[in-house]
Design a protein. Sequence first.
Length: 319
Amino acid sequence: FVIPDFAGFTKHIEDFYYKCKSNSEGKVASYIPQLSRMNPDYWGVSVCTIDGQRFSIGDVTVPFTLQSCSKPLTYAIALDKLGPDVVHSYVGQEPSGRNFNELILDYNKRPHNPMINAGAILVCSLLKTLVKPEMTLAEKFDYTMNYFKRLAGGEPIGFNNAVFLSEREAADRNYALGFYMREHKCYPEKTILRDCMDFYFQCCSMEADCESMAVMAATLANGGICPTTEEKVLKSDSVRDVLSLMHSCGMYDYSGQFAFKVGLPAKSGVCGGMLIVIPNVMGIFTWSPPLDPLGNSCRGIQFCEELVREFNFHRYDNL
Ligand code: GLN
């Protein structure tokens, strides 16, 4: 086993869980009603090791929409199907140093990276226009959802239509980003912007719980092989690229500090979720809706700090 004393390990996870439970900082996202109604007390942590040992505590079977936690997944699919050269001729690899939805492109007039809204919208255009272009929007939705499911070892992935409709209604900034990128000819030819935006909102509105998300994180930790089904879902080169950008850009404008303090690839979302990867060891998913001013889950960040205080999981521990 990759974690020999798993019971002892999970005892620590439980301690961290209760320590963070009493953290009442942060505010639940309020830009759409479905998110603003989320109970701020929801708090769940799930762990899945690369050899399939699992542990969960708290609200781990309550579904939430993936929001920005879908960004590394759609990016992974694009890499796997198109290769990094094609993908990165459209989108950069640089942290933006700005908010996740800032109206800004890099000096080449491309989105900075696939982990912020502009880059993720662009990745959606690549998936829609370049990966199996003959597919309708409906087929592309099924295709993507199935991919997410395989990453999660076949565990259920849902779709929240109310959130999708609200996202689309409350999307002035995202549309502004979409048009701004069209003005600068960022998209592949034949991109239909409205379809691409809908596809982006649909990816944000996919639904899962901590348990299945931890399996996704573990698939990434395991180089693209799902630990529960042993299916090779992604090429290891694609996973390497995804983890690299999660490490440098996954936590919005806290990414640099997170890389310094925690030293693990992670991706947060306005749902309050955090996808955390300990390469070659395990995947972790934490979910707690209250967010700090930068948009990261308060309890999730605290959990990661507790984790690396106790265990040498930081990329540059053990030197
Ligand atoms: N649906 C959200 C948006 O596009 C996702 C952003 C996020 O999770 N930070 O604004």
